[in-house]
Every structure is written in C-alpha cells, then in structure tokens.
Design a protein around this ligand. Structure first.
Ligand code: SAH
Length: 234
C-alpha cells in the first residue's frame, strides 16, 4: 500500500487526461517546455539506446519524446486514465520503445533497483506528500554513474506571484488549483533530498516565460520553475 500519494492530485490530472495531447489545452505549457528540457537533458547524457524511466509521466509528453530520441523508455504514474492516454498515443503515433506502467516509484525501486541509465521526474514532486521519498526511489532506480533529472517550482513570493496568481488567475495557463504554494520546493531543499539519497547535484537551470510572446526559454534564474541534473556516484 503506497501512502505517498495524494488522491486529490491524481483526480485533478485524471479529470483532464483526455486533453494531454491537445497542445492548446491546459497542458500547453508542458508541450512548449518539452523540447527545451529534452535538449537540456541530452546535453548531459545522449538518450540514444539508454534505459530511461520517467516518473510521474502523465500522458507521456516527455516519455514519448525521449523514446523518439532513441531511448528505451518506461513511463510510470498512478493516474490510470493518464496512462491509458499515454499508451493510446504511443500506439496511434507508433512511438517505438515506450511502455507505461501503473506503479509507484517506491514499489518499482524495490522491484528493480539500479536498472536505469537515466531517470526523469518532471513537474511531479510538488504534487506528492513526501517528495524526499520519491527522490530516494529515483536514486535507487538509477544505475551507479547514471543521471536523475528533476523539475519543480521554487517557493518564494515571486513564484507565488508567477506560478499561482499569474499562471492560474491572470493568464489562465493552468486550471485554478493546479498548484499549492506550500508544496513548492526550494532548490536548497531539493539538493538536500538529493544528497541524502546519494545523488550529486551537477547542474541547475531556470525556465522562463514571456506572456506577451508566449515563449519559454532556459536561463540561470531558478526563482520560479527550475530543473536540476544529478548523478549517482559510479
Ligand atoms: N512529468 C509529466 C507530467 C507532469 S504533471 C511532464 O512533465 O510532462 C504531474 C504528474 O504527476 C501527473 O501525471 C500526476 O498523475 C502524477 N503524480 C502525482 N502524484 C503521483 C504519485 N504519487 N506517483 C506517481 N505519479 C504521480
């Protein structure tokens, strides 16, 4: 029995699951940042022929792109509807080498420790009760010397203004209630979880959005949405 899950969070995503692949839906931001994060990851570890796990894969936006980049991808999530959508999309678009499973990161870590060259866990930690437990599971799942990438939202007045007020109430980029401020994670907190799990933080990057041009880009400013790249000791 996995306790590290918030049923209300899964319900939120299940409700929208049929729109995962609609690039003009609530998931537009994820579609728009997808090439940026894929490129950033591949700057550290080219994904071709790698065994990759995508934790909290949702409808498979990143899993699918990583498989198309040549990786053997397993996507996991606990929202049944999202996984069905991900599977159907792979079938319809004939994405090679991607499969999806309904299993928690913690349960898979017990089943298959040290099995993946790369683990990704994007925009997910801020939706779980115990993010440190997910970080630990990712560290267990990756092979020695392998890479684990996380992305989440920073916690400070600016991230409240941009990620909640701006994105949910002013620009309507995301449905109201998508994010809960108290669950946002400071880079220092995430780094602590990583170190405790045996992951060395190698790099971090901020994601920025211009509401006028409606474009995203990466830079060094991690004050709102950010990614980190970590490596397990060889
Ligand atoms: N990683 C994807 C989707 C992010 S949305 C992307 O960046 O494109 C957050 C996802 O986390 C949703 O699909 C939701 O169902 C999933 N999620 C929330 N709690 C979870 C948990 N405890 N275990 C696994 N997935 C979870």
């Amino acid at each position: 029995m996995n306790t590290n899950v918030d049923p209300a969070e899964l319900a939120k995503f299940s409700e929208l699951a049929h729109r995962w692949w609609d690039t003009h839906s609530e998931f537009r931001p994820l579609h728009q940042i997808n090439p940026l994060r894929l490129d950033w990851i591949q700057g550290f570890v080219p994904l071709k022929d790698k065994q990759v796990l995508d934790v909290g894969c949702g409808g498979g936006i990143l899993s699918d792109a990583m498989a198309r980049a040549g990786a053997q991808v397993t996507g996991i999530d606990l929202a049944t509807k999202s996984l069905k959508v991900a599977q159907l999309h792979a079938l319809e678009t004939q994405t090679p080498n991607v499969s999806y499973r309904e299993v928690s990161a913690e349960a898979l870590a017990a089943e298959k420790p040290a099995s993946f060259d790369v683990v990704t866990c994007m925009e997910m930690l801020e939706h779980v009760p115990d993010p440190a437990s997910i970080v630990q599971a990712c560290a267990t799942l990756v092979k020695p010397g392998g890479w684990v990438f996380f992305s989440t939202l920073n916690r400070n007045p600016k991230s409240f203004l941009f990620a909640i007020l701006g994105a949910e109430y002013v620009l309507n980029l995301l449905p109201k209630g998508t994010h809960e401020y108290a669950k946002f994670i400071k880079p220092s907190e995430l780094a602590n979880h990583c170190r405790a799990a045996g992951l060395d933080v190698q790099a971090s990057k901020g994601l920025q959005y211009n509401p006028i041009t409606r474009r995203y880009w990466l830079d060094g400013n991690t004050s709102v949405n950010y990614m980190i790249g970590t490596q397990k000791a060889a």
